[in-house]
Design a protein around this ligand. Structure first.
Ligand SMILES: Cc1cc2nc3c(=O)[nH]c(=O)nc-3n(C[C@H](O)[C@H](O)[C@H](O)COP(=O)(O)OP(=O)(O)OC[C@H]3O[C@@H](n4cnc5c(N)ncnc54)[C@H](O)[C@@H]3O)c2cc1C
Length: 321
């Protein structure tokens, strides 16, 4: 067990955490990144990434995250193979965090970049066909299904938005919902029902995703929630859109959150209500949820942390005079 002192503790190693680290290290803040159980974050569980700027050709998610980590280390970030299990933010800067390893982190600023996880149905074939037809992000993967038959599973705002987005790529979008009405906002429902490219399929749940001979998704096995009858539906792509869970349990009662558990920040900034504590990436953003937006807010968090430290130094110097 050891105690680590740093000017900037970054919790999480997705695009938000690594971007904060790159900016923090280049500002000589010698950041520490605690990587958590998923070093590299969500992109490590996907294959093709085609929308991260800077790459003409498709890149692989795990490779992109290895490059980000290498860049962060190259400019002076320390990576810790640890998971934060407790934080003490109440007393103000310096803050204290404790890792699963028993190590203690004393930090002048904290950047929270713990991300969010897509919720999955947990049915057979879902994980096996991830990247081979089954996805949880239409914005990320819809482009790969241009002119193909796709389905969206869910009935809330995310599902309807994903279905509408997919009509940019496909004329054959089916929305599968387990009830006979949607939970989404009325305005979204109106747009959905006005689209001749989207067919709602009511009272159905997915019980299995089935691959074809080529190993990619071929069809879904469905069950009618009213009659119990089973049926199949062929599809090239299936988008599970039943929500996301931000990784914020650690901050319950310590930082304000919205009803969905996302950390609340001052609008347009990564500032939480505690000076010196910043949140970036998917953990504070239920709207965009992209690698590039996570990286962008990670950059903002590091810049604001740097400004916070400069103000603190200035105040200390004035007090000493
Ligand atoms: C299958 C899939 C495909 C996607 N494809 C694309 C795409 O093509 N393009 C795109 O732009 N976006 C894509 N996304 C979305 C993108 O991955 C996310 O928007 C992005 O990763 C969010 O970055 P983040 O840094 O906020 O968090 P995450 O990537 O979620 O990383 C969170 C990090 O926090 C760490 N962590 C959590 N709790 C703790 C703790 N207690 N202590 C320490 N560390 C902790 C985790 O280990 C992880 O490293 C995809 C997402 C998925 C799931």
């Amino acid at each position: 067990m050891a105690t680590h002192h740093t000017k900037m503790l970054i919790i999480g190693s997705g695009p938000a955490g690594y971007s904060a680290a790159i900016y923090g290290a280049r500002a000589m803040l010698e950041p520490i990144v605690v990587q958590g159980l998923q070093p590299g974050g969500q992109l490590t569980i996907t294959t093709d990434v085609e929308n991260y700027p800077g790459f003409r050709d498709v890149v692989q998610g795990p490779w992109l995250m290895e490059e980000m980590q290498a860049q962060a280390e190259h400019v002076g970030t320390r990576m810790m193979w640890d998971t934060i299990v407790d934080v003490d933010l109440a007393g103000g800067s310096p803050f204290r965090a404790v890792g699963d390893s028993g190590d203690e982190y004393i930090a002048d600023t904290v950047v929270i970049a713990t991300g969010a996880q897509a919720k999955w149905l947990g049915v057979p074939g879902e994980q096996e066909l991830g990247g081979k037809g089954v996805s949880a992000c239409a914005t990320c993967d819809g482009f790969f299904f241009r002119g193909k038959k796709v389905v969206v599973i869910g009935g809330g705002n995310t599902a309807v938005e994903e279905a509408l987005y997919l009509t940019n790529h496909s004329d054959d979008v089916t929305l599968i919902h387990r009830r006979d009405e949607l939970r989404s906002e009325k305005i979204l429902q109106e747009r959905l029902f006005a689209s001749d490219k989207i067919t709602p399929l009511w009272n159905k749940t997915v019980q299995r995703f089935v691959a074809g001979e080529n190993g990619a998704l071929h069809h879904l096995e469905l069950v009618d929630t009213v009659t119990g009858e089973t049926s199949t539906l062929e599809a090239d792509g299936a988008f599970v859109a039943i929500g996301h869970a931000p990784a914020t349990e650690l901050f319950t009662g310590k930082l304000p959150m919205d009803d969905g558990g996302y950390l609340l920040v001052e609008p347009g900034t990564p500032k939480t209500e505690i000076p010196g504590v910043f949140a970036c990436g998917d953990v504070m953003d239920h709207t965009y949820r992209q690698a590039v937006t996570a990286a962008g807010t990670g950059c903002m968090a590091a810049l604001d942390a740097e400004r916070f430290l400069a103000t603190l130094e200035h105040a200390k110097a004035e007090a000493a005079e």
